[in-house]
Write a protein that binds this ligand. Structure first.
Ligand code: ZN
Length: 246
């Protein structure tokens, strides 16, 4: 195997590995997106539930006040009925005063009920707005989740194909070189192979010692960068593979 052939095989393998890393990175984001959608749906449901609970509390309060008012009105009627039976003017005046106080209180209770009824109308409108927003959110989320499901399926299919593609690319390499490449990949994610241009490693942007630059110019051995340990080569010195017949 010429150096060019070895580097071609390495780069073919690296292309598969880098592509897989990209796909894995995208796959890792999918559960995060799902969780974000879930949070949005929950928030819109909460706004709707809160408005509903507010209306229920309002209705409970109105029912309680209504019952109380009914009882108080009955009481006033009873008192008014008894007025005719009262013998002394003093007792009559006292009873009349009680009736007036009770009537005033009932008036207040009635005003409170009217206020609650007004508030209930506003709450009802808020519920309608919240419900509309909730339905919209849920529709949006459903569409987004379907898109994520579709993407996940594509990713799963692609990831399954990588095992086969990688095995084929790895088989093209001599085992010691494959081991060397794998060990670089284990130590750092990303590219394991770098060009050297103008005496600088393009992987780590550090200078290569002059004697190594000379070795790279000979282009007949696999070398590694002393700084980042990537496999390095001088692209100009390594002749490109002659293009085959089209
Ligand atoms: Zn380097």
């Amino acid at each position: 195997m010429t150096l060019r052939e070895k580097l071609d095989a390495l780069e073919a393998l690296q292309a598969v590995d880098l592509e897989k890393a990209d796909v894995l990175a995208e796959a890792a984001v999918i559960p995060v997106r799902r969780a974000e959608l879930e949070v949005k749906i929950k928030a819109s449901r909460r706004a709707y539930d809160e408005a509903k609970a507010k209306l229920e509390a309002n209705e409970r309060e109105r029912r309680g006040l209504d019952q109380l008012l009914q009882m108080e009105r009955d009481k006033v009627k009873k008192w008014e009925g008894r007025l005719g039976d009262i013998k002394t003017p003093r007792e009559y005046a006292a009873m009349n005063r009680e009736i007036e106080i009770a009537k005033k209180q009932n008036e207040n209770a009635n005003e409170q009920i009217r206020e609650l009824t007004r508030a209930a109308g506003e709450i009802q409108r808020a519920i309608e707005v919240a419900e509309e927003a909730m339905v919209e959110r849920e529709d949006e989320a459903r569409t987004a989740v379907e898109a994520l499901d579709g993407r996940q399926k594509e990713i799963d299919d692609r990831l399954r194909s990588y095992d086969e593609r990688r095995a084929a690319a790895a088989a093209a390499l001599e085992p010691p070189l494959l081991a060397r490449y794998d060990s670089i990949r284990r130590r750092r994610p990303g590219a394991a192979i770098a060009h050297v241009i103008g005496g600088t490693c393009r992987g780590c942007h550090r200078n290569i010692p002059p004697q190594l630059v000379v070795v790279l110019a000979r282009a007949n051995s696999i070398e590694t960068c002393p700084s980042c340990h990537r496999i390095i080569y001088n692209a100009e010195a390594v002749k490109p593979t002659a293009p085959g017949p089209a």
